[in-house]
Design a protein around this ligand. Structure first.
Ligand code: BT5
Length: 340
């Protein structure tokens, strides 16, 4: 018992997250006994009860009966289909919403569904990802219950080479949704949205295509909404942020998700009708890089550097060096003397 008590003192936050996981996995219909939870968490039944009481104080609806134990009826700030739908108008994006408790990566789920014939507009949303992905095999930190991880299936009639433009379209949508929360958002080509100079959102666009025709595109968007620095590994402390950290206010996730989807819908319609050129000006107005000295890596063996003059009408990044301008189609950007 003393060992268990020590564990409980060491990381109450981790224990609490595990307790929520246990209840969430049991589902809204099932009870988990206090004894079973105490055993699984390695804490006393009394400690279980204390965690439950503190969760209740924060708006978690947890039912207790002496004989059967605990049952999770509702979490504060739910991110389920009904909650998102309540804020969402009719439209093609979000026509179908698939909300799951936990998954490896919503991009993988969306791609699998798309391969199975799921139509354009289906959105997969997860409370947590166990293998959230960034580009080039990097990972996306995806803590449970606080942020937004979603993937949208699109089936645009475009050539594969134009697919990366959808990351830019999604970046604009994310910036718009963040601005609706009263914060200033800047887009860092190609796929980051920064708030206060730090990364609050990342976008991962993946496609399945034939030589000249896109089969489907999955646009994955991760936005740090309510996480605090303690939720990020230390190497991200200097470069990541959340809307809560930047604005000091918790963000209602379902409302934010619906807004993001509405913003995406509006930009996507314009993109389909007139191509990325129709959005380039709006994108340039929010660019974090224009006028900055930048270095681009990952495109060739050598890195390329110059002053960023904006993006082209096809989404290519424009660099200028010694009066010569260059177009970059892909790569990672480092602002010289700034955010990497
Ligand atoms: C990205 O990659 O920024 C794309 C992230 C896309 C995440 C969404 S969540 C829903 C969907 N499902 C998925 O599996 N993915 C998408 P990249 O540009 O490669 O940036 C990755 C880098 O960002 C990492 O190497 C870290 O340095 C940093 N990073 C990781 N997690 C972060 C977080 N939560 N907030 C800010 N920065 C993060």
């Amino acid at each position: 018992v003393s060992g268990a008590r020590a564990a409980d003192r060491e990381s109450p936050r981790a224990t609490r997250a595990e307790l929520v996981d246990l209840l969430a996995h049991a589902g809204a219909e099932a009870y988990v006994s206090g004894a079973a939870m105490a055993r699984r968490l390695g804490i006393s039944r009394n400690a279980v009860w204390k965690h439950v009481e503190s969760l209740r104080g924060e708006g978690w609806e947890i039912e207790t009966t002496r004989s059967r134990g605990y049952r999770l009826r509702a979490r504060p700030d739910a991110l389920d289909e009904a909650a998102v739908r309540a804020h969402l108008g009719p439209g093609r994006i979000g026509r179908r919403l698939v909300c799951v408790e936990s998954t490896r990566s919503t991009n993988d789920d969306a791609a699998e569904r798309a391969r199975g014939g799921e139509p354009e507009g289906t959105v997969v949303i997860a409370e947590a990802q166990t293998a959230g992905r960034g580009r080039l095999g990097r990972s996306w930190v995806s803590v449970r219950g606080l942020n937004l991880y979603l993937s949208v299936i699109l089936r645009p009639a475009i050539v594969p080479a134009a697919a990366p433009q959808l990351s830019l379209v999604a970046g604009l949508a994310a910036a718009g949704a963040i601005e609706a929360e009263g914060l200033e958002a800047r887009i860092k080509w190609p796929n980051d949205v920064l708030v206060g100079g730090r990364k609050a959102c990342g976008i991962l666009t993946e496609l399945e295509a034939e030589a000249d025709r896109v089969g489907f595109v999955v646009v994955g968007i991760g936005v740090n909404l309510n996480s605090t620095l303690a939720h990020f590994p230390s190497e991200l402390h200097a470069k990541a942020t959340s809307l809560y950290l930047a604005g000091g206010r918790r963000v209602e996730r379902a409302r934010f998700a619906a807004r993001l989807l509405a913003q995406l819908e509006e930009r996507y319609e314009r993109f389909l009708a007139a191509g990325f050129a129709a959005l380039a000006q709006e994108w340039n107005a929010r660019s974090a890089l224009t006028g900055r000295s930048v270095r681009i890596t990952g495109v060739a063996s050598e890195s390329v550097w110059g002053t960023c003059t904006g993006i082209d009408t096809d989404g290519a990044l424009l660099l200028e060096r010694d009066g010569v301008s260059q177009r970059m189609l892909a790569g990672d950007v480092t602002i010289v003397g700034g955010y990497e």
